[in-house]
Design a protein around this ligand. Sequence first.
Ligand code: ADP
Length: 475
Amino acid sequence: MNTRSLSFRLVTWYAGVLTVVFVLLGALTFISLRHYLEANVLDTQARRARQIADTLIARGSRDTEPAIAAAVENLYSPASNDRFIRISRADGTLVYSSGSPRGEGFDPRQVPALPAEAVAARPSARRVAMGQGALLIAAVRASAADGTRYRVEVGTSAAPLEQLLRRLLVMLAVGLPLTVAVAVAGGFVLVRRALDPVAGIARKAEEITQHNLSERLPLVHSGDELERLSVSLNHMISRLQEAIDGSKQFVADASHELRTPLTVMRGELENLAQDPRLGRETRETLGSVLEEVERLAEIVESLFALSRLDAGEASSDWRRFDLAELAATTAEQMSLLATDKNVTVHCDSSAGVMVEGDRARLKQVIVNLLDNAIKYTAAGGRVRLAVRREQGFAVLEVADDGIGIPAEALPHVFKRFFRVDSSRSREQGGAGLGLAIVKSICSAHGADIEVISEVGRGSTFRLRQPLAADAPAHA
Ligand code: ADP
């Protein structure tokens, strides 16, 4: 679990605050209920005590004390009703005390005498701890007809009340964590749902590259920071698109403008180099200038091709053709170049590997790969070109046993103007654009290209392109 995530922190805070609120609320409920119930019980006891004082004692006298005691016993049956009743004179001498209750919850003889000052005019209430439980006792003052003063105490066990409170405590102890757990789960789902649009924005942002900069992030119509974020990011993408389009347009325009003067320069230089009136040295200098102009023209052509591919220009020549046949004819055309370098090119392709695409551009891919393979293979080496079908894909492989590519350079070979070793490539005339063109053409055809290479052992470039729709997946 990611403890630094926004959802985790939000839910933790939420759970913490909720627990504190619930615990406080539970404690408050418990204390107030206990207070209310005790007050209620004591009130009932006080009323009963007042009843005894007003009906039995007020009409009696010191002489009728046994009759008062009998009447209390008769009317209230305290022992069988689990009640405590005690009548004593003002000096503390006992007149009547109820017997042990049926429930044996308390022993009336153990109830301490009421302190004299406790019996005020108003009924007094107290809680007397008795062994395991407690007694709730209300006491009132009473006066007999002959002026004798008495105290009447009426009490009952607090056990039923405490049992009720215990049950409430258990309910709170079980219910509280359960409620917090449900609230936390709900909170987690809510936070996740609230953050869903952010995940959607992140997913889309990851899909956007320089090739699909016209696409936009999903807008969140929430009217808050999230909506502002998605709108601002989309504005940023628009500005990036304008900047990239501008630089692509610049390369396209510049390479297009340079083509004509370079062609003219090449023609003029070729004519000039053949002029017999010029000295040998001048002709040699002109020859090397011509070579550089040709190299420059090649680079400009490559840049122009790349800018057209970048622009996603739809090919007018999109059709179905046999990649194996194209590979075989291209290999044959390039065998002359290989023979010059004393490199053998072996083509191994089973016919009928049908693909869809621009034949001329895919030929460019094969030419560039073969050209590199021949260029970077020493005399006496071998280059193998193979085309085959593999699980619904056409696979084209160009393998050589040449100098190979160092592992650290492998991730960069398809980048523009990247050369493994600029001095070694420059000698061979490359500008580092051949594989960039290969990559762009592959992308336009929905094909993947990968390279496996080892220094001193050779390299294998493998292209995988989906077979044409109606071509059988297996031979
Ligand atoms: P260049 O036109 O300079 O050859 P590429 O884009 O075709 O540029 O290739 C980029 C770099 O990859 C080259 O500089 C070269 O060092 C390396 N490379 C490409 N193909 C091979 C190969 N078959 N064997 C060894 N190195 C290669």
